[in-house]
Design a binder for this molecule. Structure first.
Ligand code: AHR
Length: 497
């Protein structure tokens, strides 16, 4: 069956906030150390300690915002341990992630430098679980106070006279779990208290982010919105796609059969229901949609690669992950009335990473290529596009929609249509009627990403096995666009009128 739909080129559904294409980097495994930070004395070519190969690849993604330092690590992190001369910095044990020694060589100054190099907004996550109000308040003062103050003086002593601008600040992470095992009422009160001291200095205006629910904890959302809405600008949601019957029996990133392919994509699509239901609660307390929903941890979470430290969460990344990324980003687009930021977990070498490294080698994962192809949607206006009939992908007695689509128009009037075919077995035909689009002299070009097996992935010996290729299997006739999507593919079409 052919999936049918109408693209209404003259019906705009709000801006797709570029921050939906945000990332997350935690002091976890080899995300920061080795993955990005190698230090100035490393043999790996670097700029002020950040490895050049990774930096160049990341710059190409136009990353809008980067979250740091955690994750669970955030609620154990004491920022003053990460400033001053590196050789004098205190070490700590990273209890959450492998029990390794953290030398604190990557701290506030290094993170702000990285954001500067990437041209992205920093999103700093403060410590509520084991930190004090004073500690959080002083971090904000250290970062943003201009003038004479104890923290501004300390910052200057550490080589930075000018304050930085900080927009996004999170007050705790997963405080229902690793961030203190709190109950929602208790955290709501703590949130109100801590955020009071997250001050706006000078013209720096902070967007305060409350820790939101885990997955489908609708009660957490209800309590937080009831008790703390006026004190927050956004609230978070965490949802990972974890194939397997239970947490202790997660499946692997590669070497799987079709049952796990199906299960993974089915679970990824669950994001839509979660956002829809959390939004309903938010609508009750914030009908004007002032408060944003930030999905600041999402992505696939598999069993770690055999032989690697279980606490380092290192996993391969295949064409299946590319489809999870494409379909999830489409879900975020569709909820752009509330979802104002999302942060894929995590940037390098951890979970659904866009880059993997091994010594001085690096590779771009299939997920990287999706974010590269989709970056054209950043800050573009979403166009009305819905499928009126969708073919389904069936496995056993279950089925999911075979195709996921989204479209946007940018400031120059260029239209981008992204399409995912979730079926690993067959091509999928899509027919879109282009209404409100000038098609007479339209020029369409395409790119697609697919694999030759369900777990096709890149390795350090074969870095381009899964890479985007030119796509021409489409036809525009009498205002109707027919597309034949390859099996298990993510495709981007560009239409210039
Ligand atoms: O991303 C890995 C971990 O997942 C984070 O530290 C935590 O917030 C979540 O449970």
């Amino acid at each position: 069956m052919t999936s049918q739909g109408i693209l209404n080129g003259d019906v705009r559904k709000g801006v797709i906030d570029k921050n939906i294409y945000g990332h997350f980097s935690e002091h976890l495994g080899r995300c920061i150390y080795e993955g990005m930070w190698v230090g100035e004395d490393s043999k790996i070519p670097n700029t002020k300690g950040i490895r050049n190969d990774v930096l160049e690849a990341l710059k190409n993604l136009s990353i809008p915002v980067l979250r740091w330092p955690g994750g669970c690590f955030a609620d154990e992190y004491h920022w003053k341990d990460g400033i001053g001369a590196p050789e004098n910095r205190k070490t700590m044990v990273n209890t959450h992630w492998g029990g390794v020694v953290e030398n604190n060589h990557f701290g506030t100054h290094e993170f702000m430098m990285l954001c500067d190099m990437l041209g992205c907004e920093p999103y700093i996550n403060g410590n509520v679980g084991s930190g004090t109000v004073q500690e959080m308040a002083e971090w904000v003062e250290y970062l943003t106070f201009e003038g004479i103050s104890p923290m501004a003086k300390l910052r200057a002593e550490n080589g930075r006279q000018e304050p930085w601008k900080i927009k996004y600040f999170g007050v705790g992470n997963e405080n229902w779990g690793c961030g203190g095992n709190m109950r929602p009422q208790y955290y709501a009160d703590l949130y109100r208290r801590y955020q009071t001291y997250v001050r706006n200095y000078g013209d720096n205006k902070i967007h305060r982010i409350a820790c939101g629910p885990n997955v489908d904890d609708y009660n957490w959302m209800e309590v937080l919105m009831r008790e703390a809405t006026p004190y927050m600008d956004s609230i978070t949601l965490h949802y990972y796609t974890v194939p397997g019957p239970r947490w202790e029996e997660k499946r692997f990133a590669t070497g799987f059969a079709e049952d796990e392919w199906f299960e993974t994509l089915d679970k990824a699509l669950h994001m839509d229901e979660l956002i829809t239901r959390h939004k309903t609660i938010m609508d009750k307390y914030d009908p004007n949609k002032r408060v944003g929903l930030i999905v600041d941890e999402w992505g696939t979470w598999y069993e770690v690669e055999p032989g690697t430290n279980p606490g380092f969460l290192y996993q391969q990344n295949s064409i299946r992950d590319a489809l999870v990324a494409g379909a999830t980003l489409h879900i975020f687009h569709n909820h752009n009335d509330r979802v104002r930021m999302a942060n894929l977990a995590q940037l390098v070498n951890v979970l659904q990473a866009v880059i993997l490294t091994e010594g001085d080698k690096m590779l771009k994962t299939p997920t990287y290529h999706v974010l590269d192809m989709f970056k054209v949607h950043q800050d573009a206006e979403r166009l009305d596009l819905s499928l009126t009939a969708t073919s389904t992908y069936k496995y056993g007695d279950k089925e999911i929609p075979e195709v996921s689509v989204s479209a946007s128009i940018n400031a120059e009037g260029t239209i981008h249509i992204s399409l995912c075919n979730l079926n690993p077995n067959t091509a999928s035909n899509v027919s879109l009627q282009l209404r409100g689009v000038a098609t007479d002299n339209a020029k369409i070009t395409g790119t697609t990403l697919t694999g030759d097996t369900m777990d096709a992935h890149n390795t350090f010996d074969q870095t381009d096995r899964v890479a985007p290729k030119a796509f021409t299997a489409f036809k525009l006739e009498a205002g109707s666009l027919s597309i034949e999507l390859p099996a298990m593919s993510v495709t981007m079409l560009e239409l210039k009128a």
